[in-house]
Design a protein around this ligand. Structure first.
Ligand code: ZN
Length: 234
């Protein structure tokens, strides 16, 4: 991949010790799943693995989504970002094709926390883009660590995965942590007027693999075709 100025060199990461709890049923609006909580014994952060109860339907490496917590997007359905729609789309794909979504808590605003994310939003309303806003606050553009995530995947037996992500940096960081990403499966959801600049910045400054030429989300069904073909091509 090409490196962008927004991405500092990442040192090799040691996995964090983690502890998994019991596996329980989790019936949801997206179908039946099983869930297991995992505790990062180094930071105390509690994460949740949500898996399809069935093995991958096509015999390939399982789909895995590492979803960074986004309260505004995931819970309130904010259109300032695409997190909530990516979460829903990943759950639909995992329910259909098999796999695991690892919900990583403590990763608000790419790791800067909820209050700082809202501060960054205020700066964005003053004209800065999502990268510049973090820089204005003296905060890293991406402070997320996947040391616990990689260890959780290893302990779940998910050593080879098809990663549901548009972010090549996530693939690189997982590889450093020992998880083999056999394929990146795009999760691009239709852009919206409210998040187009945010997504454009992700594409231009953070090397995210986004097309951004789809119909607006107001058109039901638009945008899913590219993601579906990505899955089938995998
Ligand atoms: Zn978000």
């Amino acid at each position: 991949m090409t490196t962008s100025p927004a991405q500092p060199a990442t040192p090799a990461q040691q996995p964090h010790p983690v502890s998994g709890g019991p596996i329980v049923q989790l019936p949801t609006a997206f179908g039946e799943f099983v869930a297991q909580a995992w505790t990062d014994l180094e930071t105390g952060a509690e994460h949740l693995a949500v898996s399809s109860p069935l093995p991958a339907t096509d015999g390939k490496a399982p789909l895995v989504r590492l979803h960074s917590e986004c309260l505004t997007g995931d819970v309130f359905g904010s259109y300032r970002c695409d997190c909530g729609e990516q979460l829903a789309y990943a759950l639909e794909l995992i329910h259909e094709h098999g796999g695991t979504l690892l919900y990583l808590r403590g990763q608000e605003g790419r790791g800067i926390g909820l209050a700082n994310k809202i501060r960054a939003y205020a700066l964005q309303e003053a004209g800065f883009d999502t990268v510049e806003a973090n820089e204005q606050l003296g905060l890293p553009v991406d402070a997320r660590s996947y040391q616990a995530a990689a260890q959780i995947l290893a302990e779940m037996g998910l050593n080879e995965v098809r990663l549901l992500s548009n972010n090549p940096d996530k693939q690189d960081r997982l590889a450093q942590a020992g998880v083999h990403v056999v394929e990146m499966v795009p999760t691009e959801v239709p852009s919206r007027e409210q998040n187009l600049r945010y997504l454009q910045t992700k594409k231009d400054r953070m090397d995210h693999r986004l097309v951004l030429d789809m119909q607006p989300a107001a058109d039901p069904g638009a945008g899913a075709a590219g993601v579906e073909s990505g899955v089938q091509a995998g």
